[in-house]
Structures are given as C-alpha cells and as structure tokens.
Design a protein around this ligand. Structure first.
Ligand code: AMP
Ligand code: GLY
Length: 418
C-alpha cells in the first residue's frame, strides 16, 4: 500500500513509525514532515489544509490510504474532499469534526445523547455572561468558543478571575463563550476508533498539560503522557462506552453525520463516574506516541479497516505493557522561544520497539538536527511496568545534549505515587 500521512508533529512521527512496521506498507509519504520523519518516510511539501491540493497529490502518487493527523485539515473539510475524489481516508468529515471545533455543538450533542458532562450555558454577549457567572459563583470554567476558541480555557477558582476572563474574551466583539460547571476529579483520555457504526477502543492515556514539575505553571499542548491510564479501570471504561461514547456516536449517525476516525475523549473521573470534559477528533499529541509504541504495526490494519467500514471484524492485539513519553521543549515554551539551536546526541539513542525519540519540531540544517518548534522531541519508551518505561525514557533523554531545551522530570508521578 502507498500511504500518505498529513502532519508534521510527534504524533505523525509515531503514526509513521507504527505504520512502517506493517509489511503491507510499501511507500510512505508524510506531508510536510520533519527531520525525524525524513529518516523513515518521504517528506512532501504540501498545503495540508487545501483539500484539492491534497487530493491531486494523492491521485498523482497512487495513494491507497490517507491518514489525517492534526485537527486543522479535518476542520477544513479535507477528508470530505478526499472521499469525494475516491481516495480512502482515515479522519472524520468536516461536519463530524465539529465535535472538536465547537464546544457548543458538543454540549448540544451530549444533551441529546444524555451523556454526563458539566452543566453549561452559551453566551455571545458580556453582560449576560457576567450575570450568569455571578449567579453560579466560583469555581467555574470559562471557555472560548467558535472563532475565538484558540484563546482557550480558564478554570477560575474565584469570581474575579472568571470576570476577568470574560472581559478579556469579549474584548473581541465576535466572541462566543461556554460557561461550565467546575468538575472535580482525575482526568484521563480514551481513544476509540469509529467507522460510523462499530466502535473499537485503542487505548487510554493521561497527559501532563502544565509546563512545570508538579503540574504547575501555564498550560501547554502536553509535556508528557503515559498509557494506560490507571484511573480508566475496566468498570470506568465500560461506563464511559455505555453512557458517553456509544450514545454520542449514535446521535452523530442519527443526525446524518456519522463519525469516522479516532475519537479522543477527555474525562473527569470521580468516585468511578466518568464525565465528559471534551472531545477531540484526532489522536492526542503526545498521547499518540504512547499508543503507537504499544500498538505497533497493527495500527495500519486498524486504520485501514476503520476507513473501509470494516471495524466489526477487527480486534486489537493487546500486550500487558506500559508506555511513557517525555516532551523535550524549547526554552521559553509555551511563551516565546528561539529557533535554530542544535540538538546533539540523538544518534546515540536506542531506536527499537521499546525506545523511540519522536520528532515534533525539528529540521536538518548542514548535517545537524536543529529545533524549529516549541515542542521539539517526544522521548518514548515501552516496558512491562510504568516505572520501567519511565526509567527508560529518562535514561534516553539524559543522553540528549540540547542546551536550548528543557523537560519535566516528573512525568507519570501521579500514577507512580498512588
Ligand atoms: P478543554 O480545552 O475543554 O479540554 O479544557 C482544558 C482543560 O481545562 C481540561 O483538560 C481540564 O483540565 C480543564 N477543564 C475544562 N473543563 C473543565 C471543567 N468543567 N471542570 C474542571 N476542569 C475543566
Ligand atoms: N495532548 C492534548 C492534545 O493533543 O490535545
């Protein structure tokens, strides 16, 4: 098979690494790719949010399957254009991608599906939002929606914090916000393949979103992750499938917009009860690096079967193992950071089915690897226990010589201290 992966991060490097292990994979192209990907696949320069350009490229290169990594091309409808062009595609339609693109849409689906989630209200005007917030009191959660969604989420522990967040968001006159009940508990992520009819879980994970040790400091895209998530016991997982995932997928199908791809559900779990925090319509980064390390080459069979609506005859071959990934980020991230610093020592690292350094923001320059992004490497290991996976990942990261970067030294601490 000829396979095209869209994206350039650590997630796509790990997808490419797993897919490449499957003997069915003949030719692997990643667009746009990065320095690490260039070692195992061809990299192609392509505007991955331009559906017509991607479709023409896939046709010209006799691509048998396109795997869409990040959210932007999904929200732009690239999967729809590819399918209309007769190209087998892994990734949801633009309509189904609203589960990530619009928080108000997701809340509406949860109500229709009866899925447990935080109580909420949606506002397009500051004063009404302030009145509602004052009536509810703190703690309370303020989320930008629609076009301003990039501005993110404020978990306000006090009313003045909530008011400041609303005032800031509504400084943009087109702003829309979702105001949510604060949920207490432990967070975990759950990844489920859906071909529109059949659901197939492919793993659980927990990530560390804060930049600093002890889960302190500003939020990031994720500084590390591990899989499986201990809090996702069989009972919690079954409850999540029955009460949240299956009803959501049924509601999407009922609306004529079945979800086809990987659903990434974020839960808050308290006393054995999962409640939905959010959906994403793609693999998480860096959660994907852990999942790919655990699943290996069977990923290609699973993604292909999902795209071909054949999940009913698939099963996941599980190993009783653990994976952990540590993100090496550029100094200053998630704020401003410098680009172009040289990374040494990568060629000394083990690269096998238990150890991989996935590249997120790197390029080759004059024979050296240089940093080009905020999150730069995801150093990943797999072992029989979480502790062993962690020791192995940190042993590798310690061998990397990169004064321009930093990493958290406590990934997995919560699970290991329980
Ligand atoms: P989101 O972008 O919706 O995933 O929110 C980002 C982060 O904010 C989540 O991972 C949670 O840590 C936190 N968060 C979001 N919604 C809530 C909520 N209703 N209650 C408590 N924490 C929340
Ligand atoms: N690590 C969280 C995400 O990919 O959104």
């Amino acid at each position: 098979m000829n396979i095209l992966i869209l994206g350039s991060g650590g997630r796509e490097h790990s997808l490419a690494w797993a897919i490449k292990q499957n003997p069915k994979c003949d030719r692997l192209i990643v667009a746009p790719g990065n320095a690490g990907l260039a070692d195992l696949a061809e990299c192609a320069n392509l505007d991955i949010c331009d559906g017509d350009a991607v479709t023409a490229f896939a046709t010209d290169h006799a691509i048998d399957l396109v795997v869409i990594g990040p959210e932007a091309p999904l929200a732009a409808g690239v999967a729809d254009t590819l399918r209309a062009g007769g190209i087998l595609t892994f990734g949801p339609s633009q309509a189904a991608a609203q589960l990530e693109a619009s928080k108000a849409f997701t809340k509406d689906i949860c109500t229709a599906a009866g899925a447990p989630t935080a109580a909420y209200a949606h506002f397009a005007e500051l004063n009404a939002a302030l009145d509602y917030t004052r009536a509810q009191g703190a703690p309370i959660v303020i989320k930008a929606d629609g076009l301003a969604a990039g501005k993110g989420v404020t978990v306000a522990m006090t009313l003045p914090e909530a008011e400041a967040a609303l005032t800031d968001l509504f400084s943009d006159s087109n702003a829309e916000v979702v105001i949510e009940e604060f949920m207490d508990g432990e967070e975990a992520s759950f990844f489920i393949l859906s071909d529109g009819t059949t659901l197939l879980p492919v793993g659980t994970a927990q990530d560390h979103k804060r930049v600093g040790n002890g889960d302190t400091g500003p939020n990031t895209g994720g500084m590390g992750a591990y899989s499986p998530a201990p809090v996702m016991t069989d009972a919690v997982t079954q409850k999540a499938m029955d009460e949240i995932i299956a009803p959501t997928m049924a509601e999407m199908a009922k609306r004529g917009t079945p979800f086809e791809g990987v659903l990434f559900a974020g839960f808050m779990i308290k006393d054995g009860q999962p409640r939905l925090v959010e959906y994403n319509v793609r693999f998480g980064d860096p959660e994907c690096q852990c999942l790919m390390m655990r699943l290996g080459g069977q990923v290609l069979d699973l993604l292909q079967a999902c795209a071909e609506h054949r999940l009913a005859d698939q099963q996941v071959a599980w190993a009783d193992d653990h994976a952990l990934t540590v993100v090496y980020a550029a100094n200053g991230y998630p704020g401003d950071y410098a680009k172009g610093s040289q990374i040494r020592g990568l060629d000394t690292l083990p690269e096998d089915s238990r150890n991989m350094t996935f590249h997120a923001g790197t390029a080759q320059r004059d024979g050296s690897v240089v940093a080009t992004g905020g999150r730069v490497l995801a150093v990943t290991a797999r072992a029989e226990t979480l502790q062993a996976a962690r020791d192995s990942a940190y042993a590798s990261i310690n061998q990397i010589d990169w004064p321009g970067g930093f990493y958290r030294t406590d990934i997995g601490w919560r699970a290991l201290s329980d």
